[in-house]
Design a protein around this ligand. Structure first.
Ligand code: ZN
Length: 181
């Protein structure tokens, strides 16, 4: 079973203080993938920053996606639907103290499809934790973004080389989920 994990598609990252202009390109391919995943009954799990005021990560980035703020809201185009799961995180990895691993195991997930932001930071750390826990990893390349083209390229290469992540398009991933294989 595959689960689609949507990391940090939040206002502060897409249109707010940490946006570079590259992030919004993810929205449409990801929206299409999520709609196929829901139809195929694959779990869709949103994991987004919801920072508290003394989180360690704020030393590096300053305040962003503060819990309960508008900046920590999921962008409207990707609004979660009824059967989706929503988890909050306070550091880079979608697995770090979020309950994601036990949720995935309860749904008999063996493959995580990592989407969202950013390829070289939170996607990378989430991939590391997925790898350590024995999950297969797929990264739809048009459903993730980094701050720069160079970071996107090196980020994807790292995911493939180090964690064996399969790199495909969002459309190919959707087709795979839709055909049930
Ligand atoms: Zn953060």
């Amino acid at each position: 079973m595959e689960a689609v994990i949507v990391v940090d598609m939040l206002v502060d990252f897409v249109r707010g203080k940490l946006a570079t202009g590259r992030e919004a390109a993810v929205i449409e391919p990801l929206r299409r993938l999520l709609s196929v995943a829901r139809a195929a009954k694959s779990p869709v799990v949103y994991v987004g920053d919801a920072h508290l005021s003394h989180d360690f990560e704020l030393r590096v980035w300053g305040e962003h996606a503060m819990r309960g703020s508008d900046g920590a809201r999921i962008v409207a185009e990707l609004a979660p639907e009824r059967d989706d799961y929503l988890l909050e995180k306070r550091s880079y990895s979608a697995f770090f103290e979020t309950g994601l691993d036990s949720l995935l195991r309860s749904r008999e997930v063996d493959t995580v499809v990592l989407t969202g932001l950013h390829t070289h930071i939170c996607i990378r750390h989430s991939a590391a934790d997925a790898f350590f826990r024995g999950y297969r990893i797929v990264v739809p390349i048009d459903c993730v973004a980094a701050f720069t083209e160079a970071e996107q390229g090196s980020g994807l290469e790292y995911l493939h080389r180090i964690y064996g992540a399969e790199l495909i398009t969002g459309a190919d991933m959707a087709q795979r989920l839709g055909s049930g294989c």
